[in-house]
Ligand binder design. Structure first.
Ligand code: PMV
Length: 354
C-alpha cells in the first residue's frame, strides 16, 4: 500500500572550535585551507533534534526548521541528499509490511523536521548541529552502512563545521589533499569521557543575526588578507600538533593558551580582510580582558575563551569550581539587564553525542 511511513529520530549537539576553520580552498565541496579541532558539547544544551520520514505518499522532499518550512533547493542540501541516496541500501520492516529496495530511494521522497533547543538566531553555530543531524538521521533511515568518518565528509558539504559534530569529545577535521574531498573528514581525538571536568559557559552578548555570513566572510578573507596565508601555512599546523598534545595530556594551561591565541588570530585575520569584518563587540573585548586579567593574577590559566563568527563568548573553565567562580565574576561585571546587550548565559558540560 501507500499508507506506510517510516521514521528515524536523532539528536546532535553543536561543536565549538578551539583551533578555527576559516577559509576554503574549494567552495563547492567545502574544502578548508587548514585542519581544525573542536569540542562537541553535551547534547542537553545547544543541540538539534531531527526526525526524518519516508513514505510513498510523499511527493517532494520537504523540510521544516523550528516549525517553519524551509526550501531544500540549495546546492548544499542537494549535494547531501544526492550522496546519501547513492549510498542507500535495502530496508525491510516485516511487522509493518515495509520493503524498500536500494533503487527505490531514487524515487522516494523524504520529509525532514528539525528543532534546535536554542534560539537559531542567537548567533550560536546552529548549522553545525543541524547539518550533522540531518545527515546522520537520513543515513540511518536509508540504511547507509558507511562509518561516521565517511558520513562526516557528507555533512561537510552541508556546512564545513558540521563534519565535526558526528563525534563527541575532541574532534579533528583533517583538511585532506584530494581534489574530490574524499580525505577531508573528521576523526575523534578523544571521547567525551576523556576530559569531562571541563565546563563550558556561553555568554550571549547579542542574539542578533551576524552581519557577515561565514561563507562570504571566508571568501573575502581568502581573497584580500595576506595574514591568512601565514596563518594557514605557518601557524595552524604547529598549533594542531600542540593542541592534540594538550588534549591528550589534559594540560589545561596549554589548552587555554592555544585556544585563546587561535581565537584572537582568527579575529585578527577578519580585521585584516578588506573591508574589515568585526565579529566581536565591545562587550566581547571586555570579557577577554576580564579573563586575561584573572588568568594572569592566578599565574596559570583558569579559563579559556573562544569566539566564533559572532560576539558571543564561549568560556571553558577547567573544573566546576572555576566555573562557579567564573559565573560569579560574570554576574558581577556583566549583570544581565533587560535592555542590555548581554542577554543570558548558557551552561553546558562538555560531553557526549548520540
Ligand atoms: O561551518 P561554517 O561555515 O558555519 O563556519 C564555521 C566557522 C567558525 O565557526 C568561525 C570556525 C569553526 O571552525 O567552527
Amino acid at each position: 500500500g501507500k499508507n506506510w511511513v517510516l521514521t528515524v529520530t536523532a539528536q546532535t549537539p553543536t561543536n565549538i572550535a578551539v583551533i578555527k576553520y576559516w577559509g576554503k580552498r574549494d567552495e563547492d565541496l567545502i574544502l578548508p585551507i587548514n585542519d581544525s579541532i573542536s569540542v562537541t558539547l553535551d547534547p542537553d544544551h545547544l543541540c538539534t533534534t531531527t526526525s526524518v520520514a519516508v513514505s510513498p505518499a510523499f511527493t517532494h522532499d520537504r523540510m521544516w526548521l523550528n516549525g517553519k518550512e524551509v526550501p531544500l533547493s540549495g546546492v548544499r542540501y542537494q549535494n547531501c541528499l544526492k550522496e546519501l541516496r547513492s549510498l542507500a541500501n535495502d530496508v525491510e520492516e516485516e511487522e509493518k509490511g515495509i520493503k524498500i529496495s536500494k533503487k527505490d530511494w531514487e524515487k522516494l521522497h523524504v520529509h525532514i523536521v528539525s528543532y534546535n533547543n536554542f534560539p537559531t538566531a542567537a548567533g550560536l553555530a546552529s548549522s553545525a548541529a543541524g547539518l550533522a543531524c540531518l545527515v546522520f538521521s537520513l543515513a540511518k533511515l536509508m540504511n547507509v552502512k558507511e562509518d561516521n568518518s565517511r558520513l562526516s565528509a557528507i555533512a561537510r558539504q552541508g556546512s564545513g563545521s558540521a563534519c565535526r559534530s558526528l563525534y563527541g569529545g575532541f574532534v579533528k577535521w583533517i583538511m585532506g589533499k584530494e581534489e574530490n574531498g574524499s580525505d577531508s573528514i573528521a576523526v575523534q581525538l578523544a571521547d567525551e569521557k576523556h576530559w569531562d571536568d571541563l565546563v563550558i559557559i556561553i555568554v550571549v552578548v547579542s542574539s542578533r543575526q551576524k552581519e557577515t555570513s561565514s561563507t562570504s566572510g571566508m571568501r573575502e578573507t581568502v581573497e584580500t588578507s595576506a595574514l591568512i596565508q601565514h596563518r594557514a601555512k605557518e601557524v595552524v599546523p604547529k598549533r594542531i600538533i600542540q593542541m592534540e598534545e594538550a588534549t591528550k595530556n589534559r594540560d589545561f594551561p596549554a589548552f587555554s593558551r592555544l585556544a585563546c591565541a587561535d581565537s584572537n588570530q582568527f579575529h585578527a585575520v577578519c580585521l585584516d580582510t578588506l573591508p574589515p569584518i568585526f565579529y566581536m563587540k565591545d562587550t566581547s573585548h571586555r570579557i577577554i580582558s576580564c579573563v586575561e586579567k584573572w588568568n594572569r593574577f592566578e599565574g596559570t590559566p583558569q579559563v579559556a575563551y573562544t569566539f566564533d563568527a559572532g560576539p558571543n563568548a564561549v568560556l571553558i573553565s577547567h573544573n566546576r569550581k572555576t566555573a562557579a567562580q567564573l559565573l560569579q565574576r560574570l554576574l558581577f561585571y556583566f549583570p544581565p539587564q533587560s535592555e542590555a546587550d548581554l542577554n543570558s548565559y548558557v551552561i553546558g558540560d562538555k560531553s557526549i553525542l548520540q
